[in-house]
Design a binder for this molecule. Structure first.
Ligand code: F6P
Length: 436
């Protein structure tokens, strides 16, 4: 992302509007005096792109538009149709976001036509998959459950077919809840809308347990994922500690980024080794993982290892080219591979293997994520109602922001091996460098 900042100009952060915000907002907030009255945000309210910098360094004034309710809106709430779609894999908090958006659209803005698109973008491409009507009654209790009440799926046939669906159902404003691939899909959908000269707004909300979406300090669901994954790392540690030469091995999601493995390891403080996609490692040789685990067993009698699913792909012969429906390369299974290699190399070890991937992803949101989801959802509705489009909601240095989708589509957020967070992992585990 540093390189992206280098070549960036302020106009790259401009947010598009699909139609002018010409109507006064119906939003009213409690508070009648200057002390309690909530102010509407203006597009000139900004959030700095770089909060940390060296004195004298050129800050270049790069900043995101700040999220929040605007004084004017672009749609007549009584004559519009909004729609919500959940895309990609599951993630804690999807139902919280759906609920909060429906409540905000209905109660705060007075929108009465709200459609829930079934099974991701396919629900727009395939006329056989009918959308459902969303009302406060329908969504009242959904936030107690994991998953998504709308269903989700990966990928889509074409942006033309998605836009055909938007036109078929008379949708004026589409909210896309999804990860980096889905936000790319949202951007392509907007490009097709613009090409056809239509006036349909597209607003994204960042979701993923991998926490790898660019320009957001955290995606919703990550906090819950860390909580659930931490319990598994703790269980692996208990198993390892309770056996002679016990080894607990946990594989966690994280296709291309090691955030979940790093955070769950730090939260538990139980991991001896954390392996992430961003940091290559050897298995054999003086500095390899196997001799290090042997050393841990000799030194303290057990070892707890946490590996991200995308780690160690260089250990396999041949690069994988097969992709999933989102276009992501299907990785080799590093978890079972390590299980086999460690079992053969360390016959004295009693190895217990944990793969809680879908247990983590399908959990209902924890308290922190529920709050986060509500705030993201409300801000997404405010942005959409103000006529903003081709943008995603973000949070950056604890402030909610508007991010152009074009920027999100350019790359994902990795855990920098030179960052303070990785330094903390190394300090907490004491693990050495495991590559030559
Ligand atoms: O996109 C998030 C994620 O959870 C990745 O960590 C993982 O690689 C992928 O989804 C698996 O998704 P599925 O098995 O549902 O296709």
């Amino acid at each position: 992302m540093q390189n992206m900042v280098k070549n960036m100009e302020l106009q790259d952060l401009d947010i598009k509007t699909v139609r002018p915000a010409a109507l006064p907002t119906p939003l009213r907030f409690a508070g009648n005096d200057d002390h309690t009255r909530i102010r509407y945000r203006e597009d000139t309210n900004r959030v700095m792109l770089r909060a940390a910098f060296d004195m004298g360094e050129d800050q270049s004034g790069l900043s995101f538009e700040r999220a929040g309710p605007r004084s004017h809106i672009a749609y007549d709430p009584k004559r519009m149709t909004a729609a919500i779609v959940t895309c990609g894999g599951l993630c804690p908090g999807l139902n919280d976001v759906i609920r909060a958006m429906v409540m905000c659209l209905w109660h705060r803005y007075g929108v009465r036509n709200i459609l829930g698109i079934r099974y991701g973008f396919h629900g727009l491409s395939d006329p056989e998959i009918r959308p459902m009507e969303l009302t406060p009654q329908v969504v009242q209790d959904i936030h107690k459950d994991g998953g998504t009440m709308l269903g989700a799926s990966r990928g889509y046939e074409s942006e033309e077919m998605v836009v055909n669906g938007l036109v078929r159902y008379g949708i004026d404003l589409l909210f896309v809840i999804g990860g980096d691939g889905s936000q790319r899909g949202a951007h392509d959908t907007w490009t097709e809308i613009e090409r056809r000269g239509l006036q349909i707004g597209v607003v994204g909300i960042p979701k993923t347990v991998d926490n790898d979406i660019a320009w957001v300090d955290q995606s919703f669901g990550f906090d819950t994922a860390v909580t659930v994954a931490t319990a598994v790392v703790e269980a692996a540690h208990v198993e390892a500690r309770s056996a002679h030469n016990g080894v607990g091995l946990v594989k966690l999601m994280g296709r291309d980024a090691g955030w979940l493995a790093a955070y769950a390891s730090l939260a538990s403080m139980d991991a001896d080794v954390v392996l992430i996609p961003e940091v290559p490692f050897d298995l054999d040789g003086d500095h390899g993982l196997i001799p290090y685990v042997r050393h841990l067993l000799a030194k303290k009698g057990h070892a707890c290892l946490v590996v991200s699913e995308g780690a160690g792909q260089h250990l396999f012969d041949g690069q994988r080219t097969e992709t999933d429906a989102s276009g992501n390369v299907r990785h080799h299974d590093i978890g079972t591979y390590l299980r086999e290699r460690l079992s053969v190399a360390l016959p004295e070890a009693s190895l217990k293997y944990f793969d809680p991937s879908y247990v983590v992803r399908s959990a209902p949101a924890n308290a922190n994520d529920s709050v986060f989801c509500a705030r993201l959802a409300h801000n997404a509705v405010h942005a959409g109602m103000a006529g903003k489009t081709d943008m995603m909601l973000g949070r950056w240095y604890a402030k909610f922001t508007h991010i152009p989708l074009n920027l999100v589509a350019k790359g994902t957020k990795h855990l920098n091996p030179r960052s303070a967070i990785w330094r903390t992992v190394l300090e907490a585990t004491g693990q050495p460098s495991m590559s030559r």
